[in-house]
Design a binder for this molecule. Structure first.
Ligand code: ADP
Length: 590
């Protein structure tokens, strides 16, 4: 391409940068020309939609200034590549010309901001961007010679930050007019900004695609979950829910899609479905920042053997640190009907088995009592005859029978605990209220417990005169027996066990202290749970099923009392206590 043709294509007259020497009017005309020209180039770059179009705009502009055989754009790389090199030839180039181009680009790059780029790396990374329309503009391209005659390198910079390098090459010498350098720099700046914009746009698009992919993935996971899941906004209106959750709402005849933006509590208030209100309440709790775990929600009809039961967990969706209140709530509902069914079957089985055990136990207890009385009578008789009782075989037999009696009592308590387990579970712990003296009951339990141990000294400390109470005698005996069993079991080295009866306002207060292994504070929240047993080195060796305290609590609470634990002041052993109203509270009478 001849230089004259460059000038004729350009809207900028030749020597625009030298024209300041002309008259004032001339200068004004030149300035206007310059502005128009820059405006035209600016528009070309702004119109570009991808980086190849930026390349075209750059090429078209440079062609108006210079004749050149190839242009190269080296850019700092993305996606882990150190750089990207585009070579845009204007006609077929010889390989030696190309090689030299790459050598020169590498050298120039090392000087600006690409310290360790080697020609080999560049050769591997380079790609050719030879647009068809450029080929058309040059119908008969001259075949390139093998050597570079002239070249021009310009850094591509955005706000003083170097993002790449622009290079032009020609076979002929002296083609790159230094007088056009200033203008070329402006063009390079335009190109740099346009390329940087494209890069930002590409990055943004990639991030968007990634986010979209994540969103779809999450949607798939949520929709295929076995649990029902729903997400609300800060007002408690459902913004997203999966298929299972949708089915649940359908059961309640609510189509959440028909009422977007309506808080769940409003939907619940309008409906007469009880579980919907509970669900709305849980959502509202989560919206105040609380986390709710595994709360039971009965969905099915109450008449069914085991109604459809869900376990509901909810958590607040926190916003950024500027917003103290949650931006929404996420709720997960898990179908636990099968588990409930199995629990019920298990409880029924335990109940049936313990019932069957009771009958032979009653016989054992009855006949033992009969034998004990006979032996006691005989021994009294022989005592009257003046014989030394300690040598009599009956004396030994009686002691043995006391142990049988005590063990039978222990066994009966275990069976009762098992039997009561299902009653407590299903709220059918019926109490048989009768009047009796608590002091007598405690004395009896102390005697039975003492018969079974020689290491312990079990003392009764009665601090009330009148211990008359109206309660379920057998069950209160079960409570005292359970706590006494533990006091002996968990103080293997022996020691004192004190059973104390005090008055506390309208209630009696019964406490049982031992000098045993005690309960570490971290377990205290759990020891009254069903089947809970402390499993540390100190308690592992003792047998038990973890029901005694659970049943004891249920019985005490059914009487309107309270059961608890207090560590002894000495730091050794435990004290379990429970309160018992003297007369049944109206709510407990039934
Ligand atoms: P278990 O059959 O295991 O004795 P319980 O329900 O009676 O079940 O008691 C629950 C747990 O509480 C026991 O496993 C034990 O670790 C602890 N515990 C109960 N009573 C005492 C006590 N007097 N001293 C120390 N630990 C006790």
């Amino acid at each position: 391409m001849e230089k004259s043709s460059v000038q004729s294509q350009s809207t900028l007259p030749d020597g625009a940068y030298r024209s300041s020497r002309g008259s004032g009017e001339d200068r004004l005309a030149v300035l206007r020309h310059e502005m128009e020209y820059l405006n035209t180039i600016g528009k070309r770059f702004v119109a570009a939609n991808d980086r190849f179009q930026v390349h075209r705009a750059l090429l078209a502009t440079l062609q108006e200034l210079y004749s050149f055989s190839a242009c190269a754009i080296l850019l700092k790389g993305q996606h882990g590549d150190p750089f990207e090199l585009s070579i845009i030839p204007r006609y077929p180039l010889s390989s030696s010309f190309l090689q030299e181009m790459i050598q020169r680009i590498a050298r120039a790059a090392n000087i600006i901001d690409f310290p360790n780029v080697t020609p080999e790396e560049l050769a591997v990374a380079a790609y050719f961007d030879a647009p068809d329309d450029l080929a058309l503009m040059e119908p008969q391209p001259p075949l390139g010679s093998s050597e570079i005659g002239d070249f021009l390198h310009l850094p591509l910079a955005v706000e003083d930050r170097i993002i790449g390098l622009l290079s032009l090459f020609h076979e002929r010498e002296g083609v790159f007019d230094t007088q056009l350098l200033q203008l070329t720099r402006i063009i390079a700046d335009y190109a740099a900004i346009a390329l940087e914009n494209m890069r930002l746009r590409e990055r943004e698009q990639a991030l968007w695609r990634e986010a979209e992919f994540e969103r779809r993935r999450l949607e798939l996971i949520i929709s295929s979950m076995a649990e029902a899941l729903l997400i609300t906004n800060a007002q408690g209106a459902i913004v997203s829910l999966n298929r299972f959750a949708e089915q649940l709402f359908q059961q309640a005849e609510i189509d959440t899609r028909l009422e977007p933006g309506v808080p769940l509590r409003q939907l619940a208030a309008r409906s007469n479905v009880p579980w919907l209100r509970e669900l709305a309440h849980v959502v509202d709790q989560a919206l105040t920042g609380q986390t709710i775990k595994n709360q039971e929600l009965i969905i099915g009809e109450s008449g069914e053997t085991v109604p459809l039961t869900l376990s509901i967990s909810a958590a607040p969706l926190s916003q950024d640190s500027h917003h103290p209140l949650p931006g929404g709530a996420v709720v997960v509902l898990n179908d636990i009907t099968d588990r409930k069914q199995i629990e019920k079957l298990k409880d029924e089985f335990v109940s049936v088995v313990s019932h069957e055990l009771r009958t032979p136990l009653t016989a054992i207890k009855g006949y033992t009592q009969h034998l004990v009385r006979r032996l006691e009578r005989r021994l009294r008789q022989q005592a009257r005859e003046g014989r030394d009782q300690s040598e009599l075989p009956e004396s030994y037999d009686l002691r043995s029978l006391y142990i049988v009696q005590s063990e039978a009592e222990h066994l009966e308590r275990l069976v009762s605990d098992l039997l009561d387990l299902s009653r407590v579970q299903w709220g059918r712990l019926d109490l048989q209220y009768t009047p009796f003296y608590l002091a007598d009951l405690l004395a009896e339990q102390v005697r039975l417990a003492q018969a079974n141990t020689e290491q312990h000294i079990i003392q009764l400390d009665l601090q009330v005169q009148d211990s008359k109470v109206i309660a379920d005698r057998q069950r209160i005996a079960q409570v005292v027996g359970n706590i006494l069993d533990n006091a002996i079991k968990y103080s293997p080295q022996g020691g004192h066990v004190i059973v104390r009866l005090e008055s506390a306002g309208e209630d009696f207060l019964i406490s049982i202290s031992d000098e045993g292994i005690g309960v570490s504070p971290e377990y205290l929240d759990h020891i009254f749970e069903r089947f809970y047993r402390v499993r540390n080195a100190a308690s592992r060796q003792y047998s038990g099923i973890g029901l005694g305290l659970y049943v004891a609590r249920a019985i005490v609470e059914a009487h309107g009392g309270h059961i608890g634990y207090a560590s002894n002041q000495s730091g050794m052993g435990s004290t379990f206590y429970f309160s018992l109203p003297r007369t049944p509270n109206p709510a407990e009478k039934r």
